[in-house]
Structures are given as structure tokens and as C-alpha cells.
Write a protein that binds this ligand. Structure first.
Ligand code: PMP
Length: 323
């Protein structure tokens, strides 16, 4: 088995810095990333008071089209998450979706890309509070292949617990909350695992470091409920629909114990970055027979074909970038 470093090196897009030449949206205009600057006194830089999104667009070489996956849904979630931090967005989901298309066109991408919108407290202030702090909105994009290996990854249950909803809500994509993920993934890498698995403070399975988790036991698909301190993933919702409508499999949302992971026939992670990432070992125990399971394989194949537009179903999930 290769080391985490070797596996990460095989995913070059992650190790490279994002091009300073790329177009970004910052302070209400399109600028080169090199010119999208913030002050070191920025509230969000000091206290993590930002809300972000992660959106993928897939390139279909045959039809020469870039399709953004569930574009509007990401901005609807962002608008809701912004209520937690009491920070307004400059425009509604439809206008933000249009802005994203404009950003992608300007960058003229002809490959898979990732888009990162960011709403944050831009005030130059050290006041630790939420009210009365000037908000701002920025967005950038960059080419991205896999974020996690999709050919069978290893995971580790980490000692860091998922932040509870009453401490730092995991339900919202809050920038500061990702310290929790960084600590967890760092520990997973120390254990030579690709992805971390969080338990809740109550000791049940929550989610991956930057992904939601599903297990298959005796043909039943299960995932932790939204009350298990998870991010309510858009890919999670997509997987649940695909499983129900394409495979006739209803997902059971229930508490999952740690040892159920070891007993499961199949485990996979999903998320915008993670896509559908099968897990073949947890805490050095092989999952099932140690290979990608049949249900995971079918869900993964469906996800990629639909997101890329090779499978025409769910057209409402894809927004074409080019005319
Ligand atoms: N959980 C966490 C902690 C995440 O960061 C992500 C990635 N956004 C997910 C789950 C998956 O969410 P989504 O499918 O909406 O990208």
C-alpha cells in the first residue's frame, strides 16, 4: 500500500497553487486573482467569520460543454447558511448562479473545475461579534480533478469529535469550522489514511472530513441523520435520490455506530470535492472483501455520468456554461 503522500502526489491539482492569472470576482468586479486582496485586519481572516460553498463543473469533451452541478442549490444553501453568521449575500441565488457562469466563461475552462464562493465579514475590526460588521462576497475558480481518491480509499476514525451544533454548527459551511476538519484529516494522514471519519460528541458516526458517509449492510443503504452534526450535503441528497429512483433503494437515515463501519459490506463517501469515493478499508480493517462494492459502483457510475451530462437524466441538475 502506498503512503498518503504518494497518493496525494498522484492528484496534482491539489498540490498546485491556484493561478494568479485566473479571473476572480472580488469587491463587486471581475479581477485577476493576483488583484483580489484583503487587509490583514479583515474580521474573517482573524476569526473565521465566513460562509463558503464548493461547486463543481464537469467538462464533457465530446459535446465540448462545461456543466455546473446543482448550481442554484449551492447558492440556496449558502443563503441559508449566511443566516447563521448574520451576514447577507449581495444578491439572490439566481443572480449568483449567473455570476458563476460569467466567471467560468471568462476563464474559458475546458476541463473539470471547482468554484469557491465566499461571503465574509470584511470589516477591519477586532470586535468578536456578528453584528455591525461590513459583509463582502468573493468568488474564484480553478481546475480540479479528484479531491479524494475514487479508486478505493482508506479511512480512519479520528480522536477529534465533530463540533456539535451547539458549539460550532457543522450544518453550515462556516470557514472557521473547518479547523475541525483540518485537525481530523491531519490525524487521518498520520495514520496513513486518505479520509477522516468523525464521531459526534455522543459517539455515533457523523461524517467524513469533507464528505458525507454511507454504508451498505445486507443490501440496506444507511447514512447518519441531519441531526448527527453533519453538513447537509447536496451530493448526499443526490445520492439518496439516485439510489431510490435508479436502484430502487431507499436510504435509511439513522444513528450509525463505529463498529458498524467495520461490519459493513460497503462504505463510501460523497461530496462536491469527494464526488463518490468508495472506501475499502477503515482503521486497517478491509470493508467487505476489500474491493469496491456493487452498490457503491453503480451509484458512482450514475453520479459521474449524470454530472458530466453523458447520461441525460436529471437535466435540472446541470447548468451549461457555454452556449
Ligand atoms: N461534509 C463536509 C464537512 C463537507 O465539507 C462537505 C463538502 N462540502 C460535505 C459534507 C459534502 O457536501 P456537498 O455534497 O454539498 O458538497
Amino acid at each position: 500500500m502506498s503512503t498518503v503522500e504518494e497518493r496525494l502526489a498522484a492528484m496534482p491539482a491539489l498540490g498546485t497553487e491556484i493561478s494568479e492569472e485566473s479571473w476572480a470576482f472580488h469587491d463587486e468586479q471581475f479581477v485577476r486573482l493576483a488583484d483580489a486582496k484583503v487587509s490583514i485586519a479583515t474580521h474573517a481572516l482573524n476569526y473565521g467569520t465566513g460562509v463558503f460553498e464548493g461547486i463543481r463543473a464537469y467538462w464533457d469533451a465530446e459535446r465540448e460543454q462545461l456543466s455546473v452541478f446543482r448550481l442554484r442549490d449551492h447558492f440556496v444553501r449558502m443563503e441559508r447558511d449566511c443566516r447563521i453568521l448574520r451576514t447577507p449575500l449581495p444578491m439572490g441565488p439566481d443572480a449568483l448562479a449567473a455570476l458563476t457562469i460569467e466567471l467560468l466563461r471568462r476563464n474559458a475552462y475546458r476541463q473539470d473545475v471547482y468554484v469557491r464562493p465566499l461571503a465574509y465579514k470584511a470589516a477591519r475590526s477586532i470586535k468578536v461579534a456578528l453584528d455591525g460588521l461590513r459583509p463582502a462576497f468573493s468568488m474564484f475558480a480553478f481546475p480540479l480533478g479528484a479531491y479524494l481518491p475514487t479508486n478505493g480509499l482508506s479511512a480512519a476514525v479520528v480522536s477529534w469529535r465533530r463540533t456539535s451544533d451547539n458549539a460550532i454548527p457543522a450544518r453550515g459551511k462556516l470557514t472557521g469550522a473547518y479547523i475541525n476538519t483540518a485537525l481530523a484529516v491531519d490525524e487521518a494522514h498520520d495514520k496513513n489514511a486518505d479520509e477522516a471519519i468523525f464521531l459526534t460528541e455522543a459517539g455515533h458516526v457523523s461524517e467524513g472530513g469533507s464528505s458525507n458517509i454511507f454504508i451498505v449492510r445486507d443490501g440496506v443503504l444507511a447514512t447518519p441523520p441531519v441531526s448527527a452534526d453533519i453538513l447537509e450535503g447536496i451530493t448526499r441528497a443526490s445520492v439518496m435520490r439516485l439510489a431510490a429512483e435508479k436502484l430502487g433503494l431507499q436510504t435509511v437515515e439513522r444513528e450509525i455506530d463505529r463498529t458498524e463501519l467495520y461490519l459493513a459490506d460497503e462504505v463510501f463517501f460523497c461530496g462536491t470535492g469527494a464526488q463518490v469515493a468508495p472506501c475499502v478499508s477503515i482503521d486497517r480493517r478491509p470493508i467487505g472483501d476489500g474491493h469496491i462494492g456493487p452498490i457503491t459502483k453503480r451509484i458512482g457510475d450514475l453520479y459521474f455520468a449524470i454530472a458530466r451530462g453523458e447520461d441525460p437524466s436529471y437535466p435540472e441538475w446541470r447548468t451549461a456554461v457555454y452556449a
